[in-house]
Design a protein around this ligand. Structure first.
Ligand code: HEM
Length: 188
């Protein structure tokens, strides 16, 4: 299946990003630190979603899928202002439906890690309960949503498109890591 190939070919960049993000998660020991993490996540997801919006007719269940809007809700839940959030501008090039699907593969796949992340965060700061919806993704439907997305990917990305989907997926991982590195050791 096409998603299996993408998984194989992005294994290293996923592991690199996971390691980097974990370093930002492990330091969360109060709601201020959690807000910094949410701001970081927002900066990348909101920037990327703006690009994906142009291709939404080619993306499966686009409006129903997890969005940076969930981060805004989590911030509001913590009574944190949402008017001056950072937005990343060094983003992957998304100029075709094949590229948009590659980037979306990364964002959708991240819901699988989200389950682990939300458990870690709740253990570290139990009072965050109720303000962690972004990381909780689709709750019990996470696996179904992922399977549905993979089916769509398989049905719509042709062999000729694959290189472009792969390029966009890899770039989405790499640029996210760059964005996190840029904010290393800084409270955003
Ligand atoms: C602490 C950080 C993370 C952890 C612990 C984590 C963990 C995981 C786990 C357990 C899976 C399922 C692997 C499997 O079923 O074989 C997964 C898959 C995936 N994750 Fe992560 N992840 C993290 C961060 C991220 C981030 C930040 C992204 C992208 C923004 C991401 C993108 C993906 C993708 C695309 C897949 C699907 C791979 C596939 O089956 O095709 N992950 N992750």
């Amino acid at each position: 299946m096409l998603a299996d190939e993408l998984k194989e070919q992005t294994r290293v960049v996923h592991a690199d990003l996971e390691k980097k993000l974990l370093s930002h998660i492990q330091v969360v020991n109060d709601s201020d630190r959690y807000v910094s993490l949410l701001r970081l996540m927002y900066g990348y997801y909101a920037g990327l979603e703006e690009k994906l919006d142009h291709h939404k007719d080619h993306l499966p269940d686009y409006t129903a899928r997890r969005k940076s809007a969930a981060i805004l809700n989590d911030l509001k839940r913590l009574a944190y202002p949402t008017h001056d959030l950072p937005v990343c501008h060094d983003l992957p090039e998304i100029d075709s439906p094949a590229a948009a699907l590659g980037a979306m593969y990364v964002l959708e796949g991240s819901t699988l890690g989200g389950k682990i992340i939300s458990k870690m965060l709740l253990k570290q700061v139990p009072t965050l309960d109720g303000a962690i919806t972004f990381f909780q993704g689709y709750h019990d439907e996470t696996i179904d949503m992922w399977q549905k997305f993979k089916n769509h990917l398989h049905a719509s990305v042709t062999n000729d498109d694959f290189e472009e989907t792969h390029r966009a997926a890899s770039e989405t991982f790499v640029k996210f890591k760059k964005w996190l590195e840029h904010h290393d050791a800084k409270k955003l």
